[in-house]
Design a protein around this ligand. Structure first.
Ligand code: NAG
Ligand code: NAG
Ligand code: NAG
Ligand code: NAG
Length: 916
């Protein structure tokens, strides 16, 4: 197409010269204008001879050719169903051959060919992230170098470019590559209706070290050069984010769009009228070509040359934007976040040109009204409606290193295997307009390839090597030995009914709990039983294969467990409700900590939350609550039956420990409660009114210096005031209650170790101290162990969010040990925590993943303890051997199998079994 245009233009010029049409009528820049007019109609895409390329424009000279041998290759072809066994030859930044690589070809590379034996492992194209802020919202977050993703200079800013803020020193590049991510679309933030232009980058380092050198097929309008147009990207955002920033309403934001698009349309129409005459050589009185550098990108959008990437959640917003697309006749590439898209597929199908793809999170939802109806079944429902599904990170909202985990969860909840792998590879590549070179393993495509240690949809799948432009990115990667079964497609449960309910109830299917019809429950075909106790979790029953065992539960208590004959009589069978676990397992309910679960329904809505607490280091606490010596109890702010709490319960997280929502130094007294309870007065709703005293030390919030915070803590412990806070700090210094300190920095942890020793010397006691967060704790593992301090790692897969948490232990494939594995090696009591309440439901996955990364050094019982008894112990909860713990029954496997599904919770406190 481009070639034709060049020839035409040259011919025109020659023709005009020949005819003598040059002169007064012909403007001096007629050539340029003619070129512009002709180019207006060209559609972006690769040049016609693209596949004739013998090397990539991103080829780094010196890169050696690579043969990946013995691979199981997911190519992306045939709707993502093609899997080939064989080799992949990479040369000059390109995939040269796939499958059988001939001797003849290999002979050509005899001398410098690098051979990589995949040992039968899975290989996929590099992971492609359709929605990232990597580099623009960079990590660790620093005032000077982060927050370059949102301009606050108006609702309509189509002229801004994410490229202009791209920090090349973001720690995330290496981390995300270690998760197999090779390409990201870096979008401006969502503070504006039109936030600006997005750019596609590859994440590998370049010799030039510049943002420009990271770009993949950048538009010539931006970087210069010639050729056919390249796809551009424009960020749009509707709903709460732009509305809040500009104090408008949805009505204001829509008008801002219509006004902007109207302006762009006027320019476009003026250009078209101009070109209509110019191309007929009717130059008389035409004047200058109508264009405006500010509106150029939006005019290009109306010409169909820009992929519109729209952050948009609710039915009302999706409908608004679809109307806008039809009014101004531009297609929408994708709706991002789009938590209600699965409820209104027909609205999407009405969009101008073609239905937008939908780019979503797997289980991150309910953080604002717009996200409240988000469903884990959205990916499968959208796919069933024929819409393209993309899983995305919104990095650093989710750490894009684990973007594949989003696809794994989508798969667990019913997105077919082929579409799940495609949702982070070929589908986003297609939506970016780059599927001619990335997102597939095909001869002629870019050499972006990931070798995985297991099936890509197996939980915890980790690269053993990542190639970008043919360059291996991992130096001496650490590979964890996974069970053989991890090489096959994981079996997943059936959620057909739940998926139908999600739509029937418009995203709010009832989560209330129902007891079994009989108070005697016979769990049949049980393969293992784990019970919590003083010493942690014990495996009390286990059979590898049929005949499995039974567990008889009466009034919420186990009466008998073992072989069928020894537990079950004809009478039991008659009276009992039988639940067939199909080789499933019974294990302790998990315990969530780290988020405000139980204190908030919707983070973005203050009316749904307990609210903030006073920080006496910041401002005086009102006298009416006791002045600066006041102390609040999370128990008094509990809000039961939030959807996140009930979902956690239904996914086996039956308990949570929550501290008052703390933005400063002192938090208050933690509480432990049942995530399944309906209200505070229900039997067993509050398990323990007061668990521990919680403080946090660091730079979150606006508290004064770390040294001031430590001084306050020292004063509290050594010289407690006569007051509520003094009373509880005495319980800490008497060794009765633990002190739980949220802290990330190793320097602060070191100070806390010294403070603990100081207090213990003065008071002659053993102070119980637990640190949470603990991103840098691994640096002091020996000292923490020696000081007998427990650690709750939250998030359980650390990320360098801020300076004081930057020195993380990355874990495989970058380091042998994960943070958790290292702390366990020092015999430290370790628990797993979370940061945001939506993720409480995923704790079983976190436990299974952490266990995998210990490379077999802990058994299943010890792993379950990381998410249950250890968390309780560390936070001052009573371990409940005698008190009869809640137990969770999973069908079809145990907590470590993606095939398993929670089907019942055994509740001794309520003396019943909840069938789910
Ligand atoms: C692609 O795969 C999905 C899920 O397996 C299926 O529903 C769909 O019909 C397939 N599309 C084509 C074009 O074969
Ligand atoms: C990223 O990895 C490269 C080697 O692959 C290394 O040279 C560089 O220092 C790493 N960058 C950071 C910020 O860790
Ligand atoms: C246990 O599993 C077997 C094999 O699937 C099945 O035939 C049997 O009915 C199950 N037992 C009960 C009590 O459900
Ligand atoms: C941890 O405990 C085990 C078993 O008690 C012991 O063999 C090992 O030496 C301990 N490790 C450290 C680092 O103290």
């Amino acid at each position: 197409m481009y070639e034709t245009y060049s020839k035409q233009s040259k011919t025109f010029r020659l023709l005009w010269v020949a005819l003598g049409v040059v002169g007064t009528l012909l403007p001096p820049d007629a050539d340029t204008i003619t070129a512009k007019c002709l180019a207006n109609d060209f559609q972006p895409g690769p040049p016609a001879d693209f596949y004739k390329r013998s090397y990539s424009d991103r080829f780094a000279p010196g890169t050696k050719p690579v043969l990946i041998k013995n691979a199981r290759i997911w190519t992306g072809a045939q709707n993502g169903t093609e899997v080939i066994k064989g080799g992949i030859l990479l040369d000059r930044g390109l995939i040269k051959e796939v499958g059988h690589v001939s001797r003849g070809t290999l002979d050509k590379f005899k001398h410098n060919l690098v051979e990589y034996d995949a040992e039968g492992r899975w290989v996929t194209p590099g992971i492609v992230d359709l929605h990232s802020h990597i580099g623009d919202a960079s990590s660790p977050e620093l005032e000077g170098a982060s927050g370059d993703d949102n301009s606050l200079n108006g609702p309509i800013l189509p002229w801004l470019r994410s490229l202009d803020g791209l920090n090349t020193h973001d720690d995330s590049y290496n981390l995300s590559i270690a998760g197999g991510v090779t390409t990201s679309l870096v979008l401006p933030g969502s503070a504006n209706a039109i936030g600006g232009q997005g750019f596609v980058i590859k994440l590998r380092r370049t010799a030039e070290r510049s943002p420009t050198s990271l770009l993949l097929e950048p538009p010539y309008e931006v970087v210069g050069g010639r050729g056919p147009p390249r796809w551009r990207h424009m960020k749009h955002a509707c709903g709460e984010n732009p509305d809040r920033v500009y104090r408008g309403t949805r009505m204001d934001t829509m008008w801002a769009w219509r006004e902007a698009y109207n302006k762009a349309r006027q320019i476009k129409e003026a250009q078209d009228a101009y070109c209509h005459r110019a191309l007929r050589k009717d130059w008389a009185g035409l004047g200058e070509y109508p264009e405006d550098i500010q509106w150029e990108a939006l005019v290009a959008t109306l010409r169909g040359k820009v992929k519109v990437q729209t952050h948009c959640y609710e039915a009302v917003d999706l409908d608004d934007i679809v109307r806008l697309s039809n009014e101004f006749e531009f297609p929408i590439a994708a709706f991002h976040h789009a938590h209600e898209a699965y409820l209104v597929p027909d609205v999407l199908k009405r969009a101008y040109g073609h239905p937008p793809a939908v780019a979503i999170f797997a289980t991150n939802a309910r953080y604002k009204r717009e996200a409240y109806r988000g469903s884990e079944f959205a990916p499968r429902i959208l796919a069933e409606n024929g819409l393209q599904v993309v899983m995305k990170s919104d990095h650093p909202v989710l750490n894009s290193r684990y973007l594949l985990y989003e696809a794994q969860q989508a798969f667990y909840y019913g997105l077919p295997e082929n579409l799940a792998i495609a949702s982070v590879t070929s589908t986003p590549a297609t939506i970016m307009g780059l599927d001619h070179r990335i997102g597939y393993i095909k001869a002629g495509w870019d050499a972006d390839v990931v070798v995985w240690d297991s099936h890509p949809l197996a939980l915890g799948a980790t690269p053993t090597q990542v190639f970008i432009d043919g360059i291996p990115q991992l130096h001496s990667p650490h590979v964890v030995e996974k069970p053989k079964s991890f090489q096959s497609t994981p079996k997943v449960p059936n959620f057909d009914k739940e998926a139908v309910d999600a739509v029937t109830y418009e995203g709010l299917p009832p989560l209330e709990l129902k007891a079994t019809s009989s108070n005697i429950v016979l769990f049949a075909n049980v393969s293992s039983v784990y019970i919590p106790g003083q010493e942690g979790v014990q495996e009390v029953f286990s059979v590898e294969e049929e005949p499995y065992g039974v567990v008889v539960v009466e009034e919420g208590r186990i009466q008998c467990l073992g072989r069928y004959d020894s537990c079950v009589t004809a009478q039991t069978v008659e009276k009992a409700e039988t639940i067939d676990l199909q080789g499933g397992s019974i294990s302790p309910g998990l315990v969530s900590f780290g988020s405000p679960l139980g204190l908030v329904h919707i983070e973005g809505e203050i009316s749904t939350a307990d609210g903030y607490i006073y920080d006496p280091l910041e401002s005086p606490t009102p006298k009416i609550i006791g002045g600066d010596a006041a102390l609040v109890r999370a128990a008094d702010g509990l809000e039961f039956a939030s959807r996140d709490a009930l979902l956690a319960y239904r996914f086996g997280v039956t308990k949570a420990v929550t501290a008052p929502i703390n933005l400063g130094f002192i938090s208050g007294l933690g509480v432990s409660f049942s995530t399944g309870a309906a209200h505070r007065l229900e039997e067993g709703a509050v398990i323990q009114e007061v668990t521990a005293l919680h403080v946090s030390i660091g730079h979150t919030g606006a508290t004064p210096s770390v040294s001031t915070q430590v001084a306050a803590l020292r004063h509290l412990l050594l010289d407690p005031p006569k007051s509520e806070v003094g009373k509880w700090s005495k319980k800490v210094t008497q060794g009765i209650k633990p002190l739980v300190v949220e802290v990330h920095s190793a320097d602060i942890i070191a100070t806390l170790i010294l403070l603990k020793k100081e207090v213990e010397a003065v008071k002659s006691i053993n102070l119980k101290m637990t640190i949470t967060g603990a991103s840098e704790a691994h640096l002091l593992a020996a000292e923490i162990a020696e000081a007998n301090i427990g650690v709750i790692v939250s998030p359980s897969r650390p990320f360098p969010t801020v300076w004081e948490s930057r020195r993380i232990l990355q874990g495989p494939p970058l380091t042998r040990d994960s943070a958790i594995a290292k702390l366990l090696k020092y015999n430290i009591t370790v628990g797993l925590g979370i940061e945001e309440k939506w993720s409480a439901r995923n704790l079983a996955f976190d436990v299974a993943w952490a266990a995998l990364e210990t490379d077999g050094s802990i058994d299943k019982a010890q792993a379950i303890a990381l998410g249950s008894t250890n968390v309780e112990k560390l936070l001052g909860g009573r371990v409940e051997a005698e008190q009869l713990p809640e137990l969770v029954a999973r069908q079809n496997g145990d907590l470590f199998d993606m095939s398993s599904k929670v089907v019942a919770v055994i509740s001794p406190r309520q003396r019943l079994v909840h069938a789910l």
